[in-house]
Design a protein around this ligand. Structure first.
Ligand code: UDP
Length: 377
């Protein structure tokens, strides 16, 4: 059995979700042939204070976005790039230790901070094993995702491809695939009626799914308030809110009395079911959620974005005609009332464009390509 080590960190839900999607893809396509392990390298292997990054990320990206924007992109990414390179030199011993512990036949990174430190570790150890990067950002990508010594890079957009080339990755090693999403999204969804019955939702009234990424960030509560009040005035509508790991939000929403049906959940494992059961989605511009919503044919209202890595996803959604960008909760509710009312035809057209833009097979395509690369070593 060949061993694959997936390197990620829980800075946002997307990296873990992509890692799990790829692991599931290997298991589904090649059962029993690969042993795939996923590690949160930052939280598990790095010393304090570096290992605190996953804990700090929700605070930085949600409460002090200006600071996050500066850390991410300050001086045209020069600050973050220099800091990461310097830290990699300090921390490569931890990467060497992880490699010694897991003795992988292939390293697969789904995080922008893994390339430099693991390339340095492999060089130091004099090892030659294939190292591939699967980019989990959609449109705006940080140059740190790309290292010229990596054997293959999988990107989800032409914009990312250009950044990879600028970073010195040879063109033949860059593959334009979609974002790796869980194989469950590649299977045809069950009928909406069955899903709604199972999830406790009403069948005869439109439903919006409200999410805030893996951490449940952004003005989710205000959006639910505005939608509930506008739906109640219209006499129809229901809301499913997935709070992710934000327990405080989940408890607050669950404790309130609402004028329409509001289905509140914490971190759910069955996101494909929730998406297939609803008629559109309100989300921050998280790449994972956008890619999944496209595959499910869900029109998208983007309610905000994390400065830096999510900024480019806004024009991506709006220009492709698969959604709109509205920050104000009241304006979001108005948009939904139009979509579920007089602009129903536009909602359907949006849904069709979304389905056409989605890449349900991306995970399988990436996995097949990696296995091909491994076979050629
Ligand atoms: N997600 C999930 N269950 C939840 C909340 C989120 O499986 O309860 C998944 C979601 O389907 C997506 C990922 O977490 O795959 C969120 O990624 P995204 O890029 O949208 O945002 P991030 O959390 O990384 O900022």
């Amino acid at each position: 059995m060949q061993r694959i080590l997936i390197l990620m960190s829980d800075t946002g839900g997307g990296h873990r979700a992509s890692a799990q999607a790829l692991k599931a893809g290997f298991e589904e396509l090649y059962p029993g042939r690969f042993g795939v392990e996923i590690i949160d390298f930052i939280a598990r292997d790095l010393p304090w204070p570096f290992n605190q990054m996953p804990n700090l990320y929700p605070f930085l990206s949600n409460d002090v976005p200006w600071l996050w924007k500066w850390l991410y992109g300050g001086h045209s990414h020069g600050f973050s790039t220099r800091t990461a390179r310097l830290s990699s030199r300090l921390l490569r011993y931890a990467a060497c230790r992880a490699i010694d512990q897991h003795t992988p036949d292939l390293l697969l990174s789904v995080h922008p901070l893994m390339q430099e430190v693991f390339v340095q570790a492999l060089t130091r150890q004099g090892r030659r094993i294939p190292f591939v990067t699967v980019v989990t950002d959609l449109s705006t990508v940080h140059p740190l995702w790309f290292h010229p010594q990596v054997d293959a890079v999988y990107v989800a957009s032409c914009e990312s491809m250009a950044v990879a080339q600028q970073a010195g990755v040879p063109a033949e090693r860059i593959h334009l695939s979609g974002l790796p999403i869980r194989p469950a999204f590649a299977r045809p969804a069950r009928p909406k009626a069955d899903l709604r019955a199972e999830l406790g939702m009403a069948l005869g009234t439109p439903a919006v799914l409200v999410v805030g990424g893996g951490e449940g960030i952004g003005p989710v509560e205000e959006i639910v308030e505005q939608c509930a009040s506008r739906f109640s005035a219209a006499g129809w509508g229901q809301i499913a809110v997935i709070c992710g790991r934000n327990r405080a939000l989940q408890e607050r929403l669950a404790a309130r009395r609402w004028p329409v049906a509001v289905h509140v959940r914490g971190f759910v494992e069955n996101m494909p079911d929730w998406m297939a059961a609803c008629d559109c989605i309100v989300t921050k511009a998280g790449p994972g959620t956008i890619a999944e919503a496209l595959v499910c044919g869900l029109p998208i209202v983007l309610s905000g974005f994390i400065p830096g890595q999510e900024e480019g996803n806004v024009p991506y959604v709006v220009e492709q005609g698969v959604g709109v960008f509205e920050r104000a909760p009241a304006a979001i509710a108005e948009q939904l009332v139009r979509w579920f009312g007089p602009e129903r035809a536009e909602l359907h057209a949006c849904a069709q464009r979304a389905r056409a833009l989605g890449h349900p097979q991306a995970t399988f395509e990436i996995v097949r390509s990696i296995v091909h690369l491994l076979a050629g070593v």
